[in-house]
Write a protein that binds this ligand. Structure first.
Ligand SMILES: NC(=O)c1ccc[n+]([C@@H]2O[C@H](COP(=O)([O-])OP(=O)(O)OC[C@H]3O[C@@H](n4cnc5c(N)ncnc54)[C@H](OP(=O)(O)O)[C@@H]3O)[C@@H](O)[C@H]2O)c1
Ligand SMILES: *[C@@H]1O[C@H](CO)[C@@H](O)[C@H](O)[C@H]1NC(C)=O
Ligand SMILES: *[C@@H]1O[C@H](CO)[C@@H](O)[C@H](O)[C@H]1NC(C)=O
Ligand SMILES: *[C@@H]1O[C@H](CO)[C@@H](O)[C@H](O)[C@H]1NC(C)=O
Length: 330
């Protein structure tokens, strides 16, 4: 019997990891597409990668929407969610109804904090696994996945380490490793949340700052002394609050703000954070999971993050103004 994996949100990250999981002979990987459906249904994906070379991947099944996937009547072992996390636009967990059975593990590969909560609440019998990746990938046109660099992905049970969730998390991680993702690793629930906070410190500093500064790239931000001080201030604000919110110190091997910014300086590839790319394309930004949720989680425990809050307020207003201005005038 094959393991059945369904990717919900077959964009840059979903299709890249899906294509690696599909290298396991005993794994079938199917996808739910949206705007790229016609291209993928006809030709599958072509992946271009400096690390793995160029290859084609035809998913086992290609669906145009979740209700079509339901009709296939498969008992999914894993449903990977790799849509953009936009809880202010849509509760994606709702779309998975009818696809989750008792043995299904839902794997969230998304940036941000608090992304697991809607899935855990809606599917109390399912296993929820939480994952973050530093992989850089894009889909420049439908069905064409460009892997730029890095593959590291970490996943862990959510919210706690039940024996079954731990087992399923390790199995999923093994499929990634056997699919060539050598630096995939399985974490505990606690370490995973600390990693999410650590990743959010980088994203919450770099992403909004790039948008608010008119589209500055990563290295240029770190090289500008005033921007450097600002980015360091944001990261340290989060590094200080996160252990208080989670009740656990950061592991010693997690990079400091200075280490992160020093390595950003040395990487003048001109690449920009995803939030800037979304803003430039007129798309919604992942403001709630990257800024709003950390602010709210901290506030629930009595901590404020004023630097983060300023950027959140400014970007929410900028997004709102743009939406208002793009409405047809009566
Ligand atoms: N790309 C990276 O390098 C990177 C790195 C680290 C983390 N991440 C995180 O990974 C997550 C995914 O990012 P991404 O860059 O892969 O985004 P993406 O390329 O935009 O992929 C998301 C995909 O989900 C699809 N989708 C959304 N709602 C859907 C629905 N209701 N039904 C079917 N398909 C749906 C989108 O379809 P449409 O084309 O129709 O919108 C798109 O193909 C985000 O949380 C992001 O922050 C990304
Ligand atoms: C799933 O994979 C198995 C091999 O492991 C294969 O025999 C089967 O046909 C695949 N399912 C579909 C729908 O292609
Ligand atoms: C730029 O910074 C963002 C952090 O928000 C990161 O996600 C992205 O991978 C970085 N790009 C490069 C090439 O360093
Ligand atoms: C960062 O770079 C500065 C300037 O090159 C150096 O003085 C400092 O030691 C570096 N810090 C770390 C943590 O690497």
């Amino acid at each position: 019997m094959s393991i059945e994996i369904l990717i919900f949100g077959a964009g840059a990250i979903g299709a890249f990891y899906g294509s690696r999981l599909a290298f396991n002979n005993d794994v079938n990987v199917s996808v739910i597409c949206r705007s790229n459906y016609n291209a993928v249904k006809s030709n599958g994906f072509s992946v271009e990668s400096p690390q793995y070379g160029d290859y084609k991947w035809m998913p086992t099944r290609t669906f145009s929407k979740p209700t079509e996937a339901q009709k296939a009547g498969v008992n999914w072992d894993y449903v990977v969610v790799s849509t953009k996390a936009l809880p202010d636009v849509n509760d994606d967990s709702e779309l998975l109804q009818g696809l989750i059975s008792k043995g299904t593990a839902i794997v969230l590969i998304q940036n941000g904090l608090g992304v697991e909560e809607p899935y855990m609440k809606r599917f109390p019998e399912a296993i929820v696994l939480s994952a973050v990746t530093i992989c850089s990938a894009a889909q420049p046109n439908h069905g064409h996945i460009k892997h730029n660099r890095w593959t590291r992905i970490n996943s862990g049970p959510y919210p706690e380490n039940s024996a079954e969730a731990t087992r399923r998390n390790e199995l999923f991680n093994n499929y990634l490793v056997k699919g060539g993702v050598k630096d995939a690793s399985a974490y505990s629930a606690e370490k995973m949340q600390l990693l999410r906070w650590h990743k959010i410190a980088i994203n919450a500093a770099m992403n909004p700052s790039s948008v608010l500064s008119g589209g500055t790239d990563n290295a240029s931000m770190a090289l500008d002394p005033d921007m450097y001080a600002h980015l360091k201030g944001v990261m340290e604000e989060i590094f200080e609050v996160a252990p208080k919110v989670t009740g656990k110190p950061f592991p010693k091997d997690f990079a400091t703000a200075e280490q992160i910014l020093n390595s950003t300086k040395k990487n003048p590839s001109g690449s920009k954070p995803s939030m800037q790319i979304d803003w430039a394309e007129g798309k919604k930004m992942e403001l709630e999971v990257i800024l709003g949720n950390p602010i709210r989680l901290a506030r629930e425990k009595g901590y404020e993050m004023p630097r983060l809050h300023s950027m959140y307020a400014l970007l929410k207003a900028a997004q709102r103004n743009r939406e208002e201005n793009s409405k047809p005038k009566l």
